[in-house]
Design a protein around this ligand. Sequence first.
Ligand SMILES: [Zn+2]
Length: 477
Amino acid sequence: MTMECVIGLEVHAQLKTQHKMFCVCPVRFGATPNTLICPVCMGHPGALPRLNREAFVLAWRTGLALNCELPPHSRFARKHYMYPDLPKGYQISQHKHPVGWGGQVEIETSGGHRRFIALERIHLEEDAGQLIHEPEEGISNIDYNRCGVPLLEIVTKPVLRSAEEAVAFLRSLRDILRFLDVCDGNMQEGSLRCDVNLSVRKGPDEPLGVRTEIKNMNSFRLMGDAIRYEAQRHGKALEEGLLLEPETRLWDVERQVTRVMRKKETAQDYRYMPEPDLPPIVVEEGSWEAAVGALPELPFARRDRWTELGVSSHDAKTLAGSKALADYFDACLPLVPSAKAASHWIVRDVLRVLHNEGLTVEECKLLPAELAALLSLLEGGEVVRGQAQELVQFIAVNGGTIEDTRQLLGIEEPVGQDAIADAIASLLAEHDELVQRFRSGDSKVFGFLMGQLREATQGKAAMQQASKLLREALRSK
Ligand SMILES: [Zn+2]
């Protein structure tokens, strides 16, 4: 029997605002518990919320980038539930009038297969506090610092079919949110979390089985593990004719199983009602463009543009890995002689230096104009690869121009073609026996002779050129 897994995701992205959504408490990770709170986010009687405009602008910006339909009116609703981390007894969220409807996110799975994942909606809501359990002492502490932190919830349609697709979706969405600069995407700090809704059916046209939800996945790997386990559990129940309960479950990392957290609530359980303390938001046509600003080109669009310029798809994917890196490459493009050569140098050499030195792309001191100058010198044979690597290593860390650094490091002009030919002639005269071995088919001696040639020219010969000349000399001798 071929079971089909049907998955929908609810992603919570913490918006990069200075202040909480309805008060002026700062948003900061890792502060001493209960130091970033006030009567509004603690839900004290009489305290009134006021919308942080910045949060709405970031949500709108995301909606534009994801091609959502953005209605001119949206409003907040109260979602009621009782839990110790929710001091008001309700969460301010959006119900019937969210920021945006529909939209899509492009994903890529193994083998470079791409497709669009349709979204149901995006809406704003406030975060709740955090319970910190200390089982050994038999107590739980509550930290309310996170209460009222602005979240954008992004809900997909149930169109994902595997753990791999779900992980690819979350990765792609995280990249987009980072490019838009609306969420830092830091999953370890909980800035991006995901609830997974999953059911299984016997085939594409069969009715869906019972749906369960896995809460609060905050790592790609754990999410993949949890989905694979849950799909298997559903499939087995379906095969054996067992009825599953519609539950909210948690992933138990130690035991590698999902376990019940609570029975699943329905919309009725939340007793949604319009939030009486906040007026509806009216977006007048044309009034938000300035606040939202120009949208940056998103990762997939950049990758496509670069591959058309001859950049390999592997390099394009690496370069689109962060906005800073993508912007760096784009800044190089108008200056360099070849997009392909520039992508090679950045992916293989610049990134290696940054990694080894523990630097970020923003900290890289090799300016695009200097990389372009270096590539021109390489192309003209005025420096050889090893020398260029030395220059990249030095300038990426210390800054400076190619010309100054060449003098500073004493990097000499490479050995010219005539000098290489001379070096080859004396090398072959010295190793007549090896030449005979090469000509009788022993190709291994070539590597040894290249090593000797590198030594003879003190590493200042362009190795590609030297290799070609050596091969010619060996054949013609
Ligand atoms: Zn507050």
